[in-house]
Design a protein. Structure first.
Length: 226
């Protein structure tokens, strides 16, 4: 069994999704901010967005949807969770085996020396871009994946392997608009897995999956898993 999660699973924890109602930060789409080009042009703006997101995430707690997936990991030994989320709420809920397709918002990486710094949840938020400097003097960037960048080594291949071998794939709280992660769903179908979607709204996947459950993942997942 595989679960692929997206921003929707954290919506009930108070973290805004990227698309859909309330999804925009000011008037920017994520595709305008989460790119190497946007950071080159305006690192202050991009850092401001990430620090705002870190602040929101720092105040958030996992919800019933995250906990249901912890239960699934506990009871099914052949279970893989792949998440597009960078918020760390699956970790906080207690999931242990997590394939992080888009990295982790709490990591900074130095553009000069490549060093990675792990920020502490809640404490390490910065008010000003001048503080985003490595010990070597280089500029720090958020260490997660941006549009146009490759996914972390092994993350995509682990998720693909899991999906190829799966009987059942749960697709939870994702618009399935961003590739290559979204490609895991057609791969699952080609590989013969049943696919269940859990989403508040109809998505481009809804017509293609075996079962589409409409509602909040925090309501649906505990019942589904029970
Ligand atoms: P999106 O914001 O694109 O989609 C969120 C989905 O969650 C939508 O389909 C909503 O209908 C659904 N949703 C909202 N609340 C829900 C709830 N309580 N229960 C169930 N579903 C709910 O988020 P992602 O698909 O995760 O990437 O976005 C994919 C990637 O785009 C992100 O990882 C990020 C972003 O740009 C990068 O930054 C590289």
């Amino acid at each position: 069994m595989v679960a692929l999660t997206g921003a929707g699973i954290s919506a009930e924890s108070g973290i805004p999704t990227f698309r859909g109602a309330g999804g925009l930060w000011r008037s920017f789409r994520p595709e305008e901010l989460a790119t190497p080009g946007a950071f080159r042009r305006n690192p202050d703006l991009v850092w401001e967005w990430y620090e705002w997101r870190r602040g929101v995430i720092a105040a958030a707690q996992p919800n019933a949807g995250h906990f249901a997936l912890v239960e699934l990991e506990r009871t099914k030994h052949a279970f893989t969770m792949a998440t597009q989320n960078v918020d760390g709420l699956h970790d906080l809920a207690g999931s242990r085996r997590i394939v992080k397709l888009h990295g982790d918002i709490w990591i900074d990486r130095c553009l000069a020396c490549g060093r990675e710094l792990v920020r502490e949840h809640a404490k390490d938020t910065y008010q000003h871009h001048s503080e985003h400097r490595c010990g070597c003097g280089g500029l720090l960037r958020p260490g997660l994946v941006w549009f146009g960048e490759p996914l972390p080594e092994n993350a995509l291949s682990s998720a693909e392997d899991a999906v190829r071998g799966a009987d059942l794939v749960l697709v939870i709280g994702t618009s399935a608009a961003v590739y290559p992660a979204a490609g895991l769903v057609p791969l699952a179908r080609q590989s013969g897995a049943r696919v269940i979607e859990v989403n508040l709204e109809e998505t481009t996947l809804s017509a293609e999956v075996d079962v589409s459950l409409r509602g909040k993942s925090g309501d649906i997942l505990p019942k589904l898993i029970a």
